[in-house]
Design a protein around this ligand. Structure first.
Ligand code: HEM
Length: 559
């Protein structure tokens, strides 16, 4: 193609025109930033792996954690990595720096490509909006995720959890040998989707009854095949496309690539479900205008307000439903699957945890006559809590802490950083637009916080050493950064803990989990969240196979 023909096609195709403008603006911005001199060039860090893509190929193509741990080992808690076209990014696992970046939500917001991707998928929901819009939406939704309301939701958790066991027992029981290899992620996804729908919106997805095949199929594809970047050309297209002005990002969804085709399919499917939820609830509007603390009542009451400072628009409510659905069920399902994987590898811990669960069940049955451990009792189950914390530490599924400075800022450090010329610095000035990655996998493995051998799954660090006794560190739960920190920290962390623990109790009381006979490992793959995949076979989608067998002599049975 001649230069003239190329220019002509750029001129004629709106997307190419927008892309060309984005590249030019980007290069000018880069040059401007270089001239302005608040540079981080002097900070040590890994060499580029690729002259064009910098270290982004490490971040996207290697297993989640591998580059994070390697660089942390080599350069410490603060280092520089290379982005596309010579851009320089900061990566931090320093607790004080993390605290500062997360807590100052007016100075640091989600990186633009990540914000655009979420906006494309869900619209202007929590996680995408910032500043006053974020404060307003968060204030409306918060009561639905507080401890008092969760108490009301517990029966919903139990109801759906109990639906997992009978069909699984049937499938395993029919297999002649009383054990079977199953994709546990699939079961976890179905139960968390059903719990989210019912507990949050009183909507019955029916995934455990195989009613929501379309959504499940779409979501399986979107995570494994399109929300990450699987090739250099995908990194490049995402780089351009997801940096376009927010007002026109929707045109990207018409790009003829597999990635955006899946994203569009997903968006259309979940938007249709959100619209269905809204229509259904509006038909029964009076019920929601009362004093309920469930999310639907809170959203619809906010929608009906006259005061625009407290009102939520139809578009925001739709975005709220889709954001919560996605943020809730994918994350908790993968966390559950990683928990079962750790228990399959550590059979002695699995045995001890099952003992704790069965003892609790017997105690409760004896004292109350009810075969159901109330959630207030979970606090008296130290191993259940330790297994949960250790899994969240080892496998933080929301692994991408992609932040960007909105203005020139100075980030403080908890310990001095030694520069190559011998100088020690205790803070890092950054300029407006600087990309910062919170090294979430790396922080969760810091031995200064979590003790020795942090790459090993060891529940004793929580039982004996009480590593969460350190006061004033980061995170909303036990010094872990897994649920984020500050105003944008996970709104559903308590919901997720209660849900995962309830499902785990039921599964371990009924089944034993082992590594499958042809076990080839599990790959922690980066997409929008961290998902388990089969090593060397991303096309197989999100998958974690384990060998399951029915436990003998469990009484009373699960339903
Ligand atoms: C193990 C399960 C989960 C993990 C690891 C997780 C992790 C996270 C993280 C790290 C963030 C912060 C992102 C940032 O810094 O911008 C976040 C935000 C969020 N999470 Fe979760 N999450 C989980 C479960 C849930 C559940 C169950 C819900 C809802 C029921 C939920 C809803 C949200 C929402 C709405 C946000 C955006 C909050 C905001 O920007 O104000 N998450 N989550």
């Amino acid at each position: 193609m001649t230069t003239l023909a190329l220019l002509e096609s750029v001129h004629q195709a709106p997307f190419l025109r927008a892309a060309a403008v984005a590249v030019v603006v980007y290069i000018l911005r880069l040059l401007y930033r270089r001239c302005k001199c608040i540079s981080i060039s002097y900070i040590p860090g890994p060499k580029k792996s690729d002259s064009f893509f910098g270290n982004l190929t490490d971040l996207y193509f290697r297993e989640v954690g591998e580059p994070h741990f390697q660089w942390q080992e080599e350069y410490g808690q603060v280092f520089k990595i290379h982005g596309l076209l010579g851009e320089e990014h900061l990566m931090v696992s320093d607790p004080k720096a993390i605290q500062y970046v997360y807590a100052n939500s007016r100075s640091f917001i989600r990186q633009k490509h990540s914000r655009n991707l979420l906006k494309m998928l869900f619209g202007p929901g929590l996680g995408v909006v910032d500043f006053d819009d974020h404060k307003r939406q968060r204030r409306v939704m918060q009561p639905a995720f507080g401890s008092p309301h969760l108490r009301n939701l517990f029966p919903v958790f139990i109801r759906h959890t109990r639906k997992v066991c009978p069909p699984t027992r049937e499938v395993v029981g029919d297999s002649n040998c009383q054990s079977l290899q199953l994709n546990v992620h699939d079961y976890a996804t179905r139960v968390t989707l059903d719990i989210t729908g019912d507990a949050v919106f009183e909507y019955q997805f029916g995934a455990l009854d195989n009613k929501q095949d379309k959504l499940k199929e779409v979501m399986k594809n979107v995570e494994a095949q399109s929300l990450g970047n699987n090739s250099k050309s995908q990194i490049f297209i995402s780089f351009i496309a997801e940096r376009l002005p927010e007002q026109i990002i929707d045109i990207i969804l018409h790009l003829p690539t597999k990635k955006y085709k899946y994203i569009k399919q997903t968006r259309d499917t979940i938007a249709a479900i959100a619209a269905e939820v809204m229509t259904e609830k509006r038909a029964d509007m009076r019920k929601y205008l009362e004093d309920g603390k469930d999310l639907m009542s809170l959203l619809l009451r906010a929608n009906a307000r006259e005061d625009i400072r407290r009102r939520m628009s139809d578009e925001e409510i739709n975005a709220g439903i889709t954001t919560i659905t996605f943020a809730s069920y994918t994350t908790t399902a993968s966390t559950l699957a990683f928990t079962l994987w750790e228990l399959a590898k550590n059979t002695e811990i699995q045995r001890r945890l099952r003992d704790e669960i069965l003892t609790a069940k017997r105690d409760v049955l004896k004292s109350t006559g009810i075969d159901e451990i109330p959630f207030s009792y979970y606090e008296k189950m130290p191993l259940l809590i330790a297994v949960t914390k250790e899994t969240l530490r080892m496998h933080p599924v929301g692994f991408m802490g992609a932040k960007q400075a909105v203005e020139d800022e100075v980030i403080p450090l908890s310990q001095p950083l030694k520069l190559p010329d011998g100088r020690l610095i205790t803070e890092i000035p950054v300029s407006k637009g600087q990309n910062i990655w919170i090294n979430i996998p790396g922080y969760n493995r810091l031995s200064s916080i979590f003790g020795q051998n942090t790459h090993e799954f060891n529940v004793d660090r929580w039982l004996e050493n009480r590593v969460d006794d350190h006061p004033g560190l980061v995170g909303v739960y036990s010094n872990l950064i897994t649920f984020g920190h500050g105003p944008h920290a996970c709104i559903g962390w308590r919901f997720s803990l209660l849900e995962a623990q309830t499902v785990l109790i039921e599964l371990l009381a009924n089944f034993e989990f082992r590594l499958p006979k042809n076990y080839k490992g599990v790959r922690r793959t980066g997409a929008a969240t961290m998902i388990p995949t089969v090593p060397g076979d991303r096309e197989a989608g999100t998958r974690l196979d384990l060998e399951i067998s029915i436990l003998p002599d469990w009484d009373p049975p699960c339903e």
